[in-house]
Design a protein. Structure first.
Lengths: 257, 156
């Protein structure tokens, strides 16, 4: 049925090679393409946000009331913590501790999501002009979001932590047990390479490890929801629910080292 | 002028794909609008136009994916050619045949993309693999009449 003439087949193969050649120069192609998409992506995300604000007005109002209560409570706690922090700083000075520099953050807005279901990434509205470079870590006030995989002039692509291409060296906060957290495209992450005697239980908090070259130590990743044994029987694995709701994330912070 | 409209449609569909509303996601899956457009082009335009814009649609998709291999660009070109050949062997005038073609193209495309991801060493649980394979393809084929209508209007 699909018997191809030799000439057509040669043309097809040549076309494939041409496409591969184009992709060798992809970076010079991607930049103008993403520049072309940025205005309408920004506009649509704005319209979407405003429309959802109107449609879900009642729900948002109740949510705002609940959050306001939380804010009042947290403001009080913050006041207490500020006192403790000041006391801590004074004591550190006394003990001659080295001053650890705080993180420099660039806020960015999500203007696009993954175009297919085989990857988990978002496009943000900050790029090289704002100091954002490939490999930088992206967080939200709640915890780790992902890392920059590609940075254009005005936009950047963020690979979220639930993408299978992500690998984050992490530890269990309570027992300091190490493991590798990677995405599964589902709602949970998977923490692998846990030995049989690993001290890990459901509910444990997972944070980034200091072994990770890419991520700063101590960033909140998620909470263990299930523990199982790998198919090989050699190791155990843990399913981790990300702290950040990655499906509806709208604003992120890029850590500038 | 017609070609300009095709290009514009690719930009609009890619933008829509990137900004697909979450409440329209079906089991965390969104339809592959550019794949439907590629199939529609084969049905409503000549082969050369369909192939060129099909490859461009694949390219627009690959630009926004995190991996470097242009798997959609290559696949879309191949699907354009195969659907064109299929159209010469059987009648694709009936709507249900066209839906079946979109479903088949969706299944094949998703299977190849998924296989490429798995062969790169990524762990994708079988349930999620099947979800992405079947639901995306079915969702795409169900939405295809809308894009067929649009393509037909532009091509006319």
């Amino acid at each position: 049925m699909f018997k191809l003439p030799r000439k057509t087949l040669t043309n097809l193969i040549l076309a494939c090679f041409a496409v591969l050649l184009v992709f060798n120069f992809l970076s010079c192609f991607k930049n103008p393409a993403q520049k072309l998409f940025k205005p309408q992506l920004s506009f649509i995300s704005l319209v979407k946000r405003e429309l959802s604000g109107i449609i879900f007005y009642h729900r948002n109002m109740l949510q705002a009331q609940r959050l306001q209560n939380n804010v009042d409570l947290l403001r009080w706690r913050l006041f207490e913590l500020r006192e403790i922090a000041q006391e801590n700083a004074r004591l550190k000075n006394l003990l001659n501790f080295k001053h650890k520099s705080s993180l420099r953050l660039v806020p960015a807005r999500v203007i696009g999501r993954a175009i297919d279901s085989w990857s988990s990434s978002v496009v943000i509205d900050k790029g090289k002009y704002n100091g954002v470079r490939s490999g930088m870590v992206v967080i939200s006030p709640k915890g780790l979001v992902g890392s920059i995989v590609e940075s254009m002039d005005n936009t950047s692509k963020v690979l979220l932590i639930n993408d299978p291409n992500q690998g984050i060296s992490s530890i269990v906060q309570r027992s300091r047990q190490e493991g590798l957290v990677s995405g599964t495209l589902g709602s949970n992450l998977i923490m692998r390479y846990l030995p049989d005697e690993a001290q890990i239980v459901v509910g444990d908090v997972i944070v980034t490890s200091e072994l990770s070259q890419a991520y700063p130590k101590g960033l909140l990743v998620g909470r263990v929801v299930n523990i199982g044994r790998e198919f090989s029987g050699l190791n155990r694995y843990a399913l981790v629910k990300p702290i950040v709701d990655l499906s509806s994330i709208e604003e992120v912070l890029v850590i500038i080292p | 002028m017609r070609n300009l409209f095709f290009l514009l449609t690719i930009i609009i569909l890619a933008t829509l794909g990137l900004n697909w509303p979450i409440f329209l996601n079906f089991f965390y899956c969104k339809p592959d609008l550019l794949l439907i457009f590629m199939v529609a082009l084969v049905f409503y335009t000549d082969f050369k136009t369909a192939l060129i814009f099909g490859i461009l649609a694949g390219l627009a998709k690959d630009v926004f994916l995190p991996w470097r291999l242009p798997v959609n660009t290559i696949c879309f070109g191949i699907w354009s050619y195969l659907i064109y050949r299929l159209g010469r062997q059987i009648s694709t005038e009936e709507n249900y045949v066209r839906l079946a073609v979109v479903l088949a193209a969706g299944l094949l495309n998703n299977f190849i993309v998924g296989l490429q991801s798995v062969s790169a060493g990524n762990i994708i649980p079988p349930g999620i693999f099947l979800r992405n394979l079947i639901i995306v393809s079915v969702y795409s084929s169900l939405l295809s009449p809308l894009i067929f209508k649009l393509t037909k209007k532009i091509a006319a």
